[in-house]
Design a binder for this molecule. Structure first.
Ligand code: MTE
Ligand code: LUZ
Ligand code: MOS
Length: 751
């Protein structure tokens, strides 16, 4: 089935926040932003802004009826900074005006008297000052202290990986409308409608039932709207509360780039030890995450880093510690992979450095250490499928590792101005929110009298195709044509207490809830059919809209059955609730079984460098991926292709640069380069792992949103392997991204 949104998208008819027709008298909001990264506000002069024609109201912390607090995990983030500011661009107040242009013009006229304090931008400096968002946390198994004695090879080093801008095509925004009795309806471009509802209620001192949040779809989220869609919805609602008018806020692109959080940059220290026969005996690492100025989702991201420190390998002695460092940058947040890509990057880089020092190919080490059934990850869970090895074997069978290497060697022998490099990236990604409570969802299904079906779930459509998958689930379970199914907007009055659509689990959790609701409705309809046909329910089936009795078609069709049920006063609405079974985690021991299942896979990345210019191209990425049994090949392949390109961008050309005062230098799309068609691989070849699938996944179709992002890490090492082919004394640079500039310098740096 094609993505149900594709026609609307290409014809421009899909509705985003900015496409919602405006009510008469709608006001537009713009934020007054902190000009410095750290300081105490002594006084603010709003006169020039207030006197700007078209300005209706300026909202300050004094106007807030509830709490000036939008923190989620830790309550350490003010809606409007007062009196201290903690990053450049932090909102201080909101200007409401009759147009967006006037609002931003007036906001720019506000002047301040601020006492400036020292700004910290580096996580290592923050760690030195013990400036942490939450206490450090460690996972371990075995005994790394003793294990070093058993290692033949010990390699130590440092590494860094940069942040990453989400660059969702639709910038952050919200449109809030007054309803009767002080109630408010909010259209928000958010992955977490309930998070918005809850925090608006907190700031307005309202019960949650007065706030309705409606999400039609997002023009991309990628994690950037899991928590950080909230402030704009809160500000717009506050505007509605104070003026009684509709209020719209959408961030201009350059403001969105400047003030919203990104993927966490990490600094790393690592030590890896191997035996004579290249078994990894021990691995120890410290991860310094650059959390920015408020906690946001950093502790959860820290946790997902810890869960992925060994990637797809079994290492008997491991210790990993994550330090969540408070700095004077915008609070960093969820981004596809949620801390796991950083962990996997370090593991793969450590292996590459070990291989370089020992003088073997990295794939020898990789293959020898893949995790098998019975081996535990450092937190105690063991994979229940031998898929790491199965992926490797299938990769070799379908892509032929020897052949790839031979071709590259031959090319490199015959070319001086171009060199090719190759790398393998096995991955293993745990599926479930690491916070157990969040692994629940609900779905509300109506079957209308005419046999058509309306479905509401907690899942948010952001381009990943979850609505299409929900249509497929309802149509499959009820055995009707997908054209009968309509997916409604995600709305807190229809489906309450939702988890954000995140952790790649949107389709699984909401799909399972929907499956339950549809199965219950189906059973009810089967009972009606049995009564009408004077038989027992166990002899009735619904297949492709036909009603079968003892396996034989009857004259009764879907529509007639539904009408009969309604006339017999049988309820045609059902609410399904799903909570992932069998998951648990004991934080006091840091052991348990947090994941419903794992997604495995492996990418082989081939890159070509231009040895004169230092430029590069990614020739191809060959992938064996564990889909389980994909329920929608078009969507799932699209998710892999997008994730691979996004991952390559993170590792190669996307470079977020801040100066020491906390000012973002790469603050536009001319200085912050995202991958375009030229930097995408020329080929992405996807093969499906041959497997029976996994019953915890919806219709056995495994979560696919985030895991393939990690395949992009291969580009970092493939490019550098090409550099090694140019000069064999080249030593792998462990600081990502490997920009064209770094390649050029690396090729000609005096050793
Ligand atoms: N694909 C598109 N087109 N746009 C997005 O914003 N977000 C990614 C992934 N794929 C995203 C996307 C992220 S970060 C997640 S967690 C998953 O989709 C969420 O959707 P799912 O849980 O339904 O897979
Ligand atoms: N969000 C979250 C996530 O709150 N918990 C998670 O485990 C997670 N994982 C990936 C992406 N978002
Ligand atoms: Mo995705 S980072 O879980 O929104």
């Amino acid at each position: 089935m094609k993505n149900t949104d594709s026609k609307g998208h290409v014809t421009g008819q899909s509705i985003y926040i900015d496409d919602i027709p405006e009510h008469a008298g709608t006001l537009h909001g713009a934020m007054v932003l902190s000009p410095i990264a750290h300081g105490t506000i002594k006084s603010i002069d709003y006169k020039a802004a207030q006197n700007t024609s078209g300005v209706i109201k300026i909202i300050t912390p004094d106007d807030i009826p509830g709490e000036n607090q939008i923190g989620s995990i830790v309550l350490d983030e003010q809606l409007f900074a007062s009196p201290e500011v903690h990053f450049i661009g932090q909102p201080i107040a909101l200007v409401l005006a009759i147009s967006e242009e006037i609002a931003w013009l007036a906001a720019g006229k506000v002047s301040f008297d601020i006492e400036e304090h020292k700004a910290i931008t580096s996580p290592r400096e923050a760690a030195k000052n013990h400036s942490f968002l939450v206490p450090p946390r460690s996972f371990q198994q075995g005994d790394t202290v003793k294990a070093w004695n058993n290692c033949t090879h010990i390699i130590e080093g440092k590494a860094t990986s940069a942040g990453q801008e989400h660059l969702y095509l639709e910038t952050q925004g919200s449109y809030a409308l007054p309803l009767e009795n002080g109630n408010i309806k909010i259209h928000s471009s958010t992955q977490g409608p309930t998070a918005v509802q809850k925090i608006v209620a907190r700031v307005l001192d309202y019960p949650m039932h007065k706030i309705e949040v409606d999400v039609n779809r997002l023009g991309g989220g990628f994690g950037g709207k899991e928590d950080q869609a909230t402030p704009w919805a809160v500000m717009a609602s506050l505007g509605v509360y104070l003026t009684g008018k509709a209020v719209k806020i959408t961030l201009p692109r350059h403001i969105d780039l400047m003030i919203t959080g990104k993927r966490h940059p990490y600094d790393y220290d690592f030590k890896i030890g191997l035996s004579d026969d290249l078994k990894i005996i021990a691995f120890e690492a410290d991860y310094f995450q650059n959390g920015g100025a408020a906690t946001d989702l950093s502790p959860a991201i820290m946790e997902r880093t810890l869960f992925h420190i060994t990637n797809a390998y079994y290492i008997p002695n491991v210790k990993g510690t994550v330090y969540s460092c408070r700095t004077n940058l915008p609070p960093n947040t969820a981004f596809r992979g949620f801390g796991a890509p950083q962990a996997i990057f370090l593991m793969e880089t450590a292996i590459a450095k070990a291989a370089e020092k020992i003088g073997v190919n990295a794939d020898v080490i990789q293959q020898k250490n893949l995790i098998n059934i019975g081996n535990t990850f450092p937190y105690g869970q063991a994979p229940d499928q031998d898929n790491a090895t199965a992926v490797w074997k299938q990769f070799d069978r379908q892509f032929n590792l020897e052949k790839i290497k031979k071709e590259i060697n031959l090319f490199n022998k015959n070319n001086r101005l171009k060199k090719k490099g190759f790398s393998l990236t096995p991955i293993c990604f745990g599926i479930s929110f690491t916070n157990q409570t969040m692994n629940q969802a609900r779905a509300l299904v109506h079957i209308y009298q005419d046999g058509s079906i309306g479905v509401s779930t907690g899942a948010v459509e952001m381009g990943q195709g979850v609505n299409t998958k929900m249509m497929q689930v309802a149509a499959t379970v009820l055995s009707v044509d997908v054209s009968r199914v309509k997916i409604e907007s995600t709305n807190t009055t229809r489906v309450a207490n939702t988890s954000p659509t995140a952790a790649s689990s949107g389709a699984d959790l909401n799909g399972k809830a929907l499956e339950i609701a549809c199965n219950n409705l189906k059973q009810r309809l089967i009972n009606v059919a049995a009564e009408t046909l004077k038989t027992t329910p166990s002899k009735i089936e619904i297949v492709n809209e036909k009603i079968l009795h003892n396996g034989i078609e009857t004259k009764m069709l879907w529509e007639e059955l539904v009408t009969t049920a309604h006339l017999a006063r049988v309820g045609l609405t059902e609410n399904g609730h799903y909570a992932t079974p069998d998951i648990h985690f004991d934080k006091s021991k840091e052991k348990g079984h947090p994941f419903a299942y794992y997604v495995f896979g492996m990418a082989g990345t081939t890159a070509t460098i231009d040895t004169l210019r230092g430029t590069y191209e990614i020739d191809k990425v060959d992938i064996v991926h564990d889909f389980g049994k994909t329920m929608n090949r078009i969507i799932d392949y699209g998710q892999i292709e997008g994730a691979v390109v996004q991952g390559i961008g993170w590792m190669t050309i996307e470079d977020l640069v801040f100066d020491e005062t906390g000012r973002m230098l790469s603050n536009s799309l001319s200085t912050y380069k995202v991958p375009d068609i030229y930097s995408a691989p020329n080929e992405i070849n996807i093969e499906e792992l041959e497997t029976d699938g996994n019953n915890h996944a919806i219709l056995k179709s495994k979560a696919v949103g985030e895991p393939p992002f990690n395949y992009g890490i291969g580009a970092f090492l493939a490019i550098q392997n090409a550099m090694k082919a140019f000069r064999n004394d080249y030593s792998i640079n462990t600081n990502a991204p490997i920009s064209h500039e770094k390649v050029l310098m690396g090729l000609y740096k005096k050793s």
